[in-house]
Design a protein around this ligand. Structure first.
Ligand SMILES: Cc1cc2nc3c(=O)[nH]c(=O)nc-3n(C[C@H](O)[C@H](O)[C@H](O)COP(=O)(O)OP(=O)(O)OC[C@H]3O[C@@H](n4cnc5c(N)ncnc54)[C@H](O)[C@@H]3O)c2cc1C
Ligand SMILES: *[C@@H]1O[C@H](CO)[C@@H](O)[C@H](O)[C@H]1NC(C)=O
Ligand SMILES: *[C@@H]1O[C@H](CO)[C@@H](O)[C@H](O)[C@H]1NC(C)=O
Ligand SMILES: *[C@@H]1O[C@H](CO)[C@@H](O)[C@H](O)[C@H]1NC(C)=O
Ligand SMILES: *[C@@H]1O[C@H](CO)[C@@H](O)[C@H](O)[C@H]1NC(C)=O
Ligand SMILES: *[C@@H]1O[C@H](CO)[C@@H](O)[C@H](O)[C@H]1NC(C)=O
Length: 527
């Protein structure tokens, strides 16, 4: 045999192994080397595997599907430490051609897919201790660390009469939610959470700490509004604050029988269409199905929040509802009561931790027949997996009217690409939970089937939208591509400028990447 043939056959044999042993070893070696370098500089910030603290920090994720086996977890307490850590993680990258350390970035740990906020064999940069909230003395700006939960931030603001666009779930964190856009109760008044960030403090790949705002690094400021972890590690968000002494909130549970379902879908369509008339209203619907629920397997939770000063300004038309053959007119206002942001978040804790989950997303034009059809196919898909043990099939609709985008543009614009059309959209997420890893495959397959079916149908009737909300996207989806070519080109330019060696594309293995920049795919399977 010629030498060349020998080499070739060795290479072929190696390639046929279940995974590339060589590449795997390099990853593990890099993990150990990088962790010991970190530990020698920050002995009190690094959790090595097998300690109780490590396990606790690693398990502190909303979904068990996100729990992997990192080599170590590093928990900086301030921006300077983040900067030093990034310098260590990338120290050999430009000088020796040695790859930067493989790492993942975690704030609140709510993304459920494996690899979004965790990494096998690498380092997790855990931002949970960067959790301060402070209100400027003139009450104009609230500065929050990425690791703070929205509940934590709202608690600090309680009694100040000041509001900020918080996420609607108490335990999600400011970091991930805001960098993916961020939908709050205030979107129809002020746009996405990210649109209200007047300044990001960010640690770049070089370790440099810079501000990105309307007058300094303006391209980076715009790019950060929707690009997740692609450009650096955001260590502080300065939000523009507004007066919000109280708000009104309520919910109406309905059985998911045929009548209530059509009524709810009509209400979703109507309120999305009439958003301009009700700019202070946040409305959402969660449907949930579960084989052990009686008499109907499904329920509908209609949630409504009024963010105006005076509830008497809200003149919602009454909803006729028939239950058990008896029709009554429901005045939603009657079901609402005055509360404040901190209390409302506390009560909104409806999504338990500790399950296996995925979240997948689609958006389509607000059209009632389309909404109805998509609803029906989502329920039909449930029927194919209703036997899965301890499974709850949750999906939600929320309005995504062009009005949100008008507010975004008025605040400097973002990269979501929602200004490509003036359509009012319905944003949808499918977010089932189940218990056993043995059911992962059958459940996760439904995410792909659902996206394919909804995309196929909405395209066939001319009601499709390319937009994918990053914060609700599953690992196989490509939300940044869904922002459109113009945003992708823009993000590539900004990434090349602020991260010339592609650290956040290549060393950060998971999460959603800017298409076409050589970053790995989103799931840890491809590591
Ligand atoms: C129960 C529940 C309720 C939700 N409610 C809402 C809601 O009301 N509104 C809404 O818009 N979304 C909502 N979401 C979706 C939510 O926005 C995303 O899951 C979001 O990514 C969570 O952010 P996190 O920091 O908690 O998660 P993480 O998983 O820690 O972070 C998400 C991603 O952002 C990256 N990242 C995080 N922080 C930084 C940082 N500082 N710098 C750079 N990259 C970073 C991470 O690497 C990761 O890829 C909800 C999700 C769940 C599970
Ligand atoms: C960088 O390279 C040097 C020598 O090549 C090595 O000793 C060091 O551990 C490396 N640092 C990191 C963070 O990998
Ligand atoms: C914008 O960044 C510059 C430079 O760091 C800083 O001086 C200025 O205060 C920042 N603006 C805001 C609104 O934070
Ligand atoms: C609904 O109830 C509110 C408060 O209870 C009341 O002010 C309002 O007039 C009612 N609306 C309708 C349409 O009946
Ligand atoms: C399914 O519904 C039953 C009855 O309402 C409830 O006890 C159970 O917790 C639900 N299952 C899940 C996975 O949420
Ligand atoms: C959408 O808004 C962005 C950011 O302001 C801008 O750069 C882009 O040109 C706009 N695109 C369209 C199609 O209007």
């Amino acid at each position: 045999m010629q030498l060349q043939q020998v080499i070739q056959s060795i290479l072929l044999a190696a390639a046929s192994l279940p995974f590339s042993a060589g590449a795997w070893d390099v990853t593990l070696d890099a993990g150990s080397r990088c962790c010991s370098n970190l530990a020698s500089s920050f002995p009190h910030r690094v959790l090595g595997s097998k300690t109780a603290e490590f396990t606790q920090a690693n398990n502190h994720r909303w979904s068990t599907t996100a729990i992997l086996n990192p080599k170590c977890i590093v928990q900086p307490v301030n921006t300077e430490e983040v900067s030093s850590i990034v310098k260590i993680l990338t120290s050999n990258e430009s000088t020796s051609g040695f790859p930067a350390c493989p790492f993942a970035i975690k704030s609140g740990g709510h993304m459920p897919f494996a690899g979004a906020n965790n990494i096998d064999g690498g380092i997790v940069l855990d931002l949970s201790l960067l959790d301060s909230t402070s209100l400027s003395s003139d009450h104009q700006v609230v500065s929050i660390g990425p690791g703070s939960t929205w509940q934590g931030a709202a608690n600090k603001l309680k009694g100040t009469g000041v509001g900020i666009p918080t996420g609607r779930c108490p335990s999600t964190a400011v970091g991930g939610v805001t960098l993916g856009g961020g939908i709050s109760f205030f979107a129809s008044k002020i746009g996405f959470a990210a649109d209200n960030v007047v300044n990001f403090e960010i640690v770049l790949a070089s370790g440099d700490i810079v501000n990105a705002n309307a007058t300094s690094n303006q391209d980076l400021w715009t790019a950060l509004k929707g690009s997740s972890g692609n450009l650096g590690i955001v260590t502080r968000f300065d939000f523009s604050a507004f007066p919000q002494p109280s708000l009104w909130a309520g919910g109406l549970p309905l059985p998911a029988d045929e009548h209530s379902t059509r009524l709810a879908l009509t209400a979703m369509h109507g309120l999305t269409k009439m958003h301009r008339l009700f700019p202070k209203v946040a409305y959402g619907q969660v449907f949930s199905f579960n084989a052990s629920r009686t008499p109907h397997e499904g329920g509908i939770w209609n949630s409504i929040v009024f963010t105006g000063e005076d509830i008497n300004e809200l003149h919602l038309p009454p909803m006729p509802i028939t239950i058990g053959g008896v029709t009554t007119e429901i005045n939603l206002t009657d079901h609402m009561r005055e509360t404040d942001l901190a209390s409302l978040l506390e009560e909104s804790d409806q999504f338990p931790w500790g399950y296996r989950n995925y979240i997948a997303t689609v958006a389509f034009v607000n059209d009632l027949p389309t909404l109805s059809h998509v609803h029906d196919l989502t329920v039909d898909l449930y029927k194919t997996v209703r036997h899965v043990q301890n499974m709850e099939w949750l999906f939600a609709y929320e309005p995504l009217p062009y009005l949100f985008t008008e507010h975004s543009l008025a605040r400097g614009g973002n990269v979501l690409g929602l200004n490509r059309t003036k359509d009012d959209l319905i944003l949808m997420q499918l977010a089932p939970r189940w218990s056993s890893p043995a059911d992962d495959k059958v459940m996760q397959d439904t995410a792909k089937q659902w996206v394919e079916q909804v995309k196929g149908y909405t395209k066939s009737v001319g009601k499709a939208s390319d937009f994918l909300y990053l914060n609700y996207a599953d690992g196989f989806q490509d939300p940044i591509a869904g922002y459109g070519e113009q945003s992708v080109w823009y993000l590539r330019d900004v990434a090349r400028k602020y991260d010339p060696h592609g650290v956040f594309q290549k060393a950060v293995k998971g999460g959603f990447k800017i298409p076409g920049m050589g970053g790995n795919k989103n799931t840890h399977d491809e590591l």
